[in-house]
Design a protein around this ligand. Structure first.
Ligand SMILES: [Mn+2]
Length: 589
């Protein structure tokens, strides 16, 4: 749980003329003065950093300009996820706007795997390519960078992944990565597409700075915002500006590909603005489905075509692939849930390793995330196929999953990742040994640790302080997501005005009124409780909380503490502000 900062929050609220609860939420995000608060709450183009602050930018721009001037084909080497494909789209668009020729290669997730491949560089060289630009990949491609050098290919690496532990970087003509040693670029957590956008904007602005600033930048922000949200980089600093302004631009999608994608996802920005949630849970998965289930290169075609019929066809294919992905995920998740419910071995493990035959390899990472959500334990899901076990793992706060995997390094044919997400492959015959050793490792590093509640309480807010004006202020925190989570509030001593209404046997609806808590005086004595009055009645919904309500014997007049989120119900009759309950506790007497 986060520490409250009432004194600092009061000072900020006063200085910046903000509601106290908003000031508390800003303090929790590291914002301490009025100028920072104003900038956070009012994202604008002027807050974006100059691309030329990035180490290597001038060299990269000059080489790319030369390629365009000489009509050399440029190979863009991407990755198969949202970040990698949108990065290719941005640079391809920029090169073509300047009259150059861009080719691209996006590896096939199952056949080629992640990262730069020497064979592709050799083929490109044979086909006349002399400049290769990687996007969202390349930071550890030492051998492939050597291949490029031996072939006489110029290599520009643009990537956001961290350098090797010893800070060594591959040999390349230029590297654009704010995380490389010596790069003064102030924002270190850009996604790959945002770095590709910086290069695209730098080269375009040398030709026509005014047009780039006024026309191209707003349109490029659409793609960069989708990647920023879908790649789950933290939504503060420059990422927040990119996400906020890009979402605003997405109200007018313009391109045939975006329109077609919105249509299949059931989104209509003309009637309802696109939110971070829409991008994270509806747009992102559809784009990723291509790489997970099939060929990501069609995503690039979708975003580059001007033909609405072709765009509709490709978006329809993404929709089908996304359904396949969901079906594959649901089928595997069902057998995983049965095992979680019945296996004593899993119940007793602090690191879950779950393997199955024939689970689609494109979804094992998502499955591992689902297991973590359900159990609050680190989890590895393994798919066994043709004698090879492919695994993907996700961790929880405070447990370095990559270290656990590294302790078994000799068993793998391939492994990699970071603290929270890992992937590996090994012969299926070695699975029992892997499980045994991970179990020993987990017992040594996790056994004493009880799973923490994932719920984070962000600020105290009595129910009678929820007003349309406050809701308007809180909307200024959007876009919400990774690094800028939706606030969860606490209200104490809320009184039920009626017995809970049960919906579909699982959910509850409550009618609540805030009852003022006995206020502590400076001497520690209690003043008499003051009722806020029935005018503060507010509707609450609790998904899957029927059993909890029954166990607490909730009835009319019960007094409870709740953790909640504020919801705006746009139902024509019972619309308005309501609360969604995340947890209920009986109030302390
Ligand atoms: Mn990425």
């Amino acid at each position: 749980m986060q520490e409250p900062h009432p004194a600092e929050a009061e000072a900020l609220a006063k200085e910046a003329h903000l509601p106290l609860v908003l000031a508390e939420l800003l303090i929790a995000r590291g914002i301490t003065d009025a100028a920072q608060a104003y900038a956070f709450l009012n994202p604008e183009l002027a807050q974006l950093n100059d691309p030329f602050l990035m180490l290597g930018m001038t060299a990269a721009v000059e080489r790319l300009e030369a390629a365009i001037a000489r009509h050399e084909p440029v190979l863009l080497y991407g990755d198969y996820d949202v970040d990698g494909t949108t990065a290719v789209v941005l640079l391809k668009t920029a090169i073509e706007m300047l009259g150059g020729e861009a080719r691209f290669h996006v590896p096939h997730r199952l056949r080629e795997g992640y990262g730069l491949q020497s064979s592709v560089l050799e083929e490109a060289h044979a086909a006349g390519v002399r400049l290769v630009i990687t996007v969202d990949t390349g930071m550890r491609a030492f051998a492939e960078a050597e291949t490029a050098r031996n072939l006489g290919l110029d290599l520009i690496i643009t990537d956001h992944h961290l350098c090797q532990a010893d800070d060594a970087v591959p040999h390349a003509l230029a590297i654009l990565n704010p995380n490389q040693p010596g790069c003064p670029y102030p924002e270190k957590s850009l996604c790959g597409a945002a770095i590709a956008m910086k290069l695209a904007l730098a080269v375009l602005s040398r030709r026509d700075p005014a047009r780039t600033r006024e026309k191209t930048l707003p349109s490029f922000l659409k793609m960069a915002a989708i990647a920023t949200i879908a790649d789950a980089v933290p939504l503060h600093g420059e990422n927040r500006i990119i996400a906020a302004l890009g979402l605003r631009e997405l109200r007018d999608p313009r391109s045939a590909g975006l329109r077609a994608l919105f249509a299949v996802a059931g989104l209509d920005p003309a009637t309802k603005p696109i939110t971070g949630f829409d991008v994270g849970f509806r747009i992102g998965p559809r784009i990723n489905a291509a790489g997970r289930m099939d060929v990501a290169s069609q995503v690039i075609e979708l975003f580059c075509t001007r033909d609405p019929a072709r765009a509709a066809l490709l978006a329809g294919k993404l929709e089908r692939l996304n359904r396949e992905r969901r079906d594959a995920e649901a089928a595997a998740l069902e057998s995983i849930e049965i095992r979680l419910a019945t296996s004593a071995e899993l119940a007793g493990s602090s690191l879950l390793v779950i393997d199955g035959e024939g689970w689609h390899r494109g979804v094992i990472g998502i499955l591992a995330s689902r297991v973590v959500e359900r159990t609050a334990k680190p989890a590895i899901v393994i798919s066994v196929e043709d004698g090879v076990a492919h695994g993907s793992g996700r961790s929880v706060d405070g447990f370095q999953l990559l270290n656990a995997i590294e302790s078994c390094a000799d068993l793998f044919t391939r492994f990699g990742g970071h603290a929270f997400a890992i992937g590996f492959a090994l012969p299926a015959g070695a699975l029992p040994e892997l499980k045994r050793r991970l179990n020993v490792y987990a017992n040594a590093h996790l056994a004493s640790r009880t799973p923490e509640r994932l719920l984070r309480i962000h600020a105290e807010l009595p129910l009678d302080r929820i007003t349309p004006v406050l809701a308007g202020w809180l909307r200024k925190l959007e876009p919400l997501g990774h690094g800028n989570p939706e606030p969860i509030f606490v209200a104490r001593n809320a009184r039920l005005l009626a017995a809970p209404r049960i919906m579909k046997e699982r959910h509850i609806r409550l009618e609540l009124a805030q009852q003022a808590a006995p206020q502590q005086t400076a001497q520690g004595g209690a003043q008499s409780p003051v009722f806020a009055g029935s005018s503060s009645a507010i509707r609450a919904v609790g998904w899957d909380l029927a059993a909890r309500a029954a166990s607490l014997n909730l009835k009319e007049g019960s007094v409870i503490d709740i953790a909640y989120r504020i919801r705006e119900n746009d139902h024509p009759e019972h619309g308005g502000l309501e609360v969604e309950i995340a947890g209920i506790e009986p109030s302390a007497p």
